[in-house]
Design a binder for this molecule. Structure first.
Ligand code: MV4
Length: 456
């Protein structure tokens, strides 16, 4: 039952994810249109595409975030749909609704769903109503200190103050004692206002040593929904994920079924369509709590693709055409173990960007190795965008073999001319705590006995 054909797609993105989307479009016989900034004339996504249009100056605000320029490019090239990738305009309700108003299918959920999930207070409320466990906290944004004190009395300390318009860890404040509450509340509100032009904050009980576990869902526009299991995303630094795995050592088959069922039911209740991700905090006692929902394809989607053999982009495009999902939950099987290392053009010690010319470049191969990248020998990494230049993904029968495979793949991945996070990933592969799987969000601070300094 196909209600609309998609023969040509504009990819409103750059870098590895733009190339990744084009891989699937080519396999599906769909024509591709790249958009690019003046800094990206030599970018791989431009060369791969059937057509390419320059949409503005190097800074993102004047190109990859320029809605009129992108919509014009889509109109000129007469595309049927836009794939937003991740970052940039992927979670912009405005961009999604303008696309649809121009009769261009936005490959993602409906604009009102994007908007709702962008407001973390509303997302929490909606998820609770849909039967998803949430942490005890404030049902509405905090009005004043008295309001905060009242919530604190109910849930106790420590607690965490988060920005309603936030996400990804920006503008969070942990409060351990009542005497700090007033001060921290004001700081959080000011930070939220400065960062998001919205000072609304909310309060939750704080979990000291959680794991970050997320569930990948796929939903069509006919009410069918499945989940593709979990991703383990606990290992982060400064709220930037460093590496991800599927499955998680912390998730039993029973817990996976339970978390997956909760996510699928919630999608069906809110009328979610396309690919999506439920982020959960997993407590040490095995309880899980909703954190946020991402309404886009994610950076770490390949680990799920490796262990399920699903092509998530293919499924996104199919459901955007109005087709029904091909698979039922019983058809989804998790096979083996996958790990993804994010390779950033960064000084691994200082975590500062390291743009510049790549003088030597070798991609590892062999069984169970996948590299998602848009760089090539002699490519110049521009300073304007995200520093992630490649994702190295391995798949093996067991976690132990996957770690061995990742180590050798990292050793054989050669990137010269700029600094990268490859040495840091080698250190993680050799870490006993990582190998045992016994880690929390404090892993990077604790690695090497806490020599790795990090903020908050
Ligand atoms: C929390 C938390 C503990 N308790 N919320 C960080 C990212 C943002 N999405 C939410 N984050 C956290 N929220 C409660 N109630 C701990 C974190 C957190 C974290 C979460 C996942 C991965 C890494 C993290 C690092 C520090 C803090």
């Amino acid at each position: 039952m196909s209600s609309r054909e998609i023969k040509k797609v504009l990819i409103a993105n750059r870098g590895e994810i733009a190339c990744r989307i084009m891989w699937t479009c080519k396999e599906m016989g769909i024509k591709t249109v790249a958009v690019h900034s003046e800094a990206d004339r030599d970018a791989l996504h431009v060369r791969f595409a059937d057509e390419a249009i320059c949409i503005g100056k190097p800074p993102s605000a004047e190109s990859y975030l320029n809605i009129p320029a992108i919509i014009s490019a889509a109109e000129i090239t007469n595309v049927d749909a836009i794939h937003p990738g991740y970052g940039f305009l992927a979670e912009s309700e405005t961009f999604a609704s303008i696309s649809e108003d121009c009769n261009i299918k936005f490959i993602g959920p409906r604009p009102n769903i994007i908007k709702m999930m962008g407001d973390k207070v509303e997302a929490r409320r909606t998820m609770q109503a849909a039967g998803v466990p949430i942490l005890p906290g404030s049902p509405d944004p905090i009005a004043n200190t008295d309001d905060a004190l009242k919530i604190a009395k109910e849930i106790g300390f420590p607690l965490i103050i988060k920005a309603a318009a936030g996400g990804g860890g920006r503008g969070m404040r942990i409060v351990r004692q009542e005497k700090d509450l007033e001060n921290q509340l004001q700081t959080a509100q000011q930070e939220a206002l400065a960062a998001f032009k919205d000072g609304s904050v909310y309060i939750e009980r704080y979990i000291e040593r959680p794991r970050h576990i997320e569930i990948q869902v796929l939903a069509d526009e006919h009410g069918n929904c499945i989940h593709l299991g979990e991703r383990e995303c606990t290992i982060q630094r400064r709220h930037q994920k460093l590496l991800e795995e599927a499955p998680s050592v912390a998730i039993s088959e029973r817990l996976r079924d339970q978390m997956g069922a909760v996510a699928v039911k919630a999608c069906q209740e809110i009328g979610y369509s396309n690919a999506g991700t439920f982020e959960f905090l997993l407590d040490e006692d095995g309880s899980f709590y909703f954190m946020e929902m991402n309404t886009r394809i994610q950076v770490e989607h390949p680990v799920t693709e490796m262990v399920t053999l699903a092509d998530i982009v293919y499924n996104q495009i199919r459901v955007a055409m109005g087709e029904e999902l091909k698979y039922r939950q019983e058809d989804v099987q998790i096979v083996g173990h996958a790990i993804e290392c994010r390779i950033n053009a960064e000084d691994p010690e200082k975590f500062t960007p390291s743009p510049g010319r790549i003088t030597a470049f070798n991609i590892p191969g062999g069984p169970g190795v996948r590299v998602d990248t848009a760089v090539y020998p002699d490519y110049v990494v521009p300073p304007y965008y995200d520093s992630m230049i490649a994702k190295l993904i391995v798949h093996a029968r067991t976690r132990e073999t996957a770690i061995r495979r990742m180590r050798r793949a990292l050793e054989m991945m050669v990137i010269e001319g700029i600094k990268t996070t490859i040495p840091l990933h080698l250190k993680i592969m050799d870490d006993e705590r990582f190998q045992s799987g016994n880690f929390s969000t404090k892993f990077m601070e604790e690695m090497n006995g806490g020599t790795q300094k990090t903020a908050a």
